[in-house]
Structure formats: structure tokens, C-alpha cells
Write a protein that binds this ligand. Structure first.
Ligand code: ZN
Length: 369
């Protein structure tokens, strides 16, 4: 082909044109790689998508519509780090946090300090968590609510209490109380709650001390971090056909071999590839369920207050229309694989295993949350 072009100088203009087209195609390919990152799009949203409440995708790869906010203050809770604007969740999640605040208070816990739930429309976050993307995850501090109300400035600056010795990975006995155990038991008691992530030291403390009913320990899952707060995760909610459920936890209390693994050197080895990009740094809209585009495009409510849940059980105006024809996830995209880098971890020890494929090669060294 090239030879024939050389022998026919008259066709050179065509060659030039062809090269020009190829150059344009190259530019287009370049533009494609510069596609906006999903975390920038979702991180910029200040208000939720007004639509029927629905979660799309998986905890670490998705978004949600019809989100509602938990009020900054309640009778027995305070929202921490309010400037992050992560007090949004599926209405079932927000209702459950309010219920936990009430129940825990009745149990003797002064009140909840609420950490991150989700961004208004979920999606990957600019900083922090890998999960919390579909409105069904919430972080609750292991520090009880102080008796004096916290100012907004204090909520930004106050530190939580580190409950675990970073060298031994054991709970600091001077800090742990039966009230902490009771709070976790209460959270685990709700049928909606599928998993509670805690530091391995906290799991061990419960394994070593809980007497009587130990069935709830099944839901308490050891994971890195989670030494200042615990992470409460509920299952896919009715009406969310595009929500991918996680694998059920094993039926036993999880206090045997899988826990012992956390007290070996293996989980704490330095990350071999610390500079590898995190999933949120490379995910574009193409990596999220297609409904997430509609979630981004959906209208805003009149104000944050208009979609703040006040525990009255009343539907929030406008949140009755489905965002898009809900379809069950395609079998192929629902395929579950153990994350790369986690192969040495017994499946039953991983809070998140198996994780659905994300569609791009991802190093998963030491997930933050
Ligand atoms: Zn969390």
C-alpha cells in the first residue's frame, strides 16, 4: 500500500489528508483519556438528585438518587466535619442512624457523633473512603457525644479518640467500656445492618469479652483503620434494582482463624506500591452504572432543608419519580472477583471480599474504608 502511494505522487494529497485525519483521531483519543473524573463531578454536587430513592451499583462503585440529609443536630446526635457535606444517605440509612441514636441513648450512650455518610448524590469522593458511594454506609465515632453542645468550629477540629494501640493492634483497655460493646451490639441488632467494620483489635476485644448471645459478632468485621470510628453498612434497599448486594458474612462469629490472620505480620506489611493510583483517582463516568449520569443530571431540591429528614416518616416532596427504568445489573458486570493484592487474605477475613470488577486494573493495597 505504501509502495503504491510512493509510485503515485498524484495521491500524496490523499496521504496528507489521511495523516491529518489520523492526527485528529489521536487528539480525540487524548481527549478521551482526559475525560472528567467521576469524583470531581460527584464531589461538586451540593444537593441530592430529586427522584425516588434508589442506589445504583456497589458500595465502592456507584451513586444514588433521592438522598436525604440527617439534621446537623438531633436529641442524641451531632454531625461532625459539617464542611465536608457528607451527611447524605438513602432515606432508610438516615432513618436507621436516627433510630440508633435514640436506642443507644436509651442504652446509656450519651449520643452519636456522626462522621461521613455519603456525598449528596454519592459517587466516588474527592478524599477518603473507597466505599460510601451508594448512600448505605455511615461512620459513627467511637467517642461519645460530649455533654456540652459542640460549635460548628469544634465539629471541624475536635479529634476522635484512638481506641487501638498501633503497635500491638490491641484495644487500649483504659479506654474501652461495656458501653462501647453495647453500642456495637445495638447497631448489629438491626436486620438492615449487614456489616459493621471495626479495627481487628476491637473485633478481638469483643471476641474475648462478649458472653451470652454472640450471634451478632458475625456482623462485626475486622478491617484496617476503624480505630476512631465504626462503619455501619446496610443492605440494598427495596426498589433499588440496580444495587449490587455484597456477599453474606459467614454464619460463625468470625473469632477463629480469619481474626488470627490480622495478628500476623502479613496485613501490616508496607504497601509495595504506595504511589499506585487509587480507584477514585482514575474512575470516570464510564466506570459507574449508566444510571449515574441521570443521577448527575437530575434536578436539585429547593434547598438542603427541603430534603432533610426529620424522622417524621413523611415522604419528601418530589422524591417519588424513578430516576430511570431500573434494570437488574447485567450478569457480566455483577461478576465478583477478589481484589488484586488481597489474595493472601482469607476470603472470610475481608470485609469487602468479593468485590465486583471495576472494569479497570486496580491495585487494592490497603483500602482506607
Ligand atoms: Zn466508613
Amino acid at each position: 500500500m505504501v509502495t503504491s502511494l510512493r509510485s503515485l505522487p498524484v495521491r500524496r494529497p490523499f496521504l496528507t489528508a489521511t495523516l491529518a485525519i489520523l492526527a485528529l483521531a489521536g487528539l480525540a483519543a487524548g481527549a478521551l483519556t482526559a475525560e472528567p473524573r467521576a469524583k470531581d463531578l460527584f464531589g461538586a454536587e451540593k444537593l441530592p438528585a430529586v427522584a425516588a430513592a434508589q442506589s445504583f451499583g456497589f458500595y465502592s462503585k456507584g451513586c444514588f438518587a433521592g438522598g436525604v440529609a440527617i439534621p446537623m443536630d438531633g436529641p442524641s446526635w451531632e454531625v461532625m466535619r459539617p464542611s465536608r457535606n457528607r451527611r447524605w444517605g438513602h432515606p432508610a440509612m438516615i432513618a436507621l442512624i436516627e433510630k440508633l441514636a435514640r436506642d443507644a441513648h436509651a442504652d446509656g450512650w450519651p449520643g452519636l457523633l456522626i462522621g461521613d455518610i455519603s456525598q449528596p448524590r454519592g459517587g466516588p469522593m474527592l478524599t477518603g473512603h473507597a466505599s460510601h458511594q451508594i448512600g448505605l454506609d455511615a461512620d459513627i465515632w467511637l467517642t461519645p457525644m460530649p455533654s456540652r453542645p459542640l460549635s460548628m468550629a469544634q465539629r471541624e477540629s475536635m479529634s476522635a479518640t484512638l481506641m487501638v494501640d498501633e503497635k500491638t493492634h490491641l484495644v487500649k483497655d483504659a479506654l474501652w467500656t461495656t458501653r462501647h460493646t453495647q453500642l456495637l451490639k445495638r447497631a448489629a441488632s438491626y436486620p438492615e445492618v449487614e456489616r459493621i467494620l471495626v479495627n481487628p483489635g476491637i473485633k478481638k476485644k469483643l471476641c474475648d469479652t462478649v458472653k451470652g448471645d454472640r450471634s451478632w459478632l458475625r456482623k462485626i468485621r475486622p478491617f484496617w483503620g476503624h480505630d476512631y470510628h465504626f462503619h455501619m453498612r446496610i443492605g440494598c434497599q427495596p426498589g433499588s434494582h440496580g444495587c449490587k448486594a455484597q456477599e453474606a458474612t459467614p454464619a460463625d462469629d468470625g473469632c477463629g482463624k480469619p481474626l488470627a490472620w490480622w495478628f500476623t505480620a502479613e496485613p501490616w506489611r508496607p504497601n509495595k506500591n504506595p504511589d499506585a493510583p487509587k480507584a477514585r483517582d482514575i474512575m470516570t463516568m464510564a466506570n459507574l452504572p449508566k444510571e449515574c449520569r441521570a443521577v448527575l443530571d437530575a434536578p436539585n431540591p429547593a434547598s438542603a432543608e427541603a430534603v432533610t429528614y426529620h424522622g417524621d416518616g413523611l415522604p419528601i416532596a418530589g422524591n417519588d419519580l424513578p430516576i430511570a427504568a431500573a434494570e437488574p445489573p447485567a450478569e457480566s458486570s455483577a461478576e465478583a472477583t477478589v481484589p488484586v493484592g488481597a489474595t493472601a487474605m482469607p476470603a472470610s477475613a475481608s470485609a469487602f471480599a468479593p468485590t465486583p470488577k471495576i472494569g479497570i486494573p486496580l491495585p487494592r493495597p490497603r483500602p482506607e474504608n
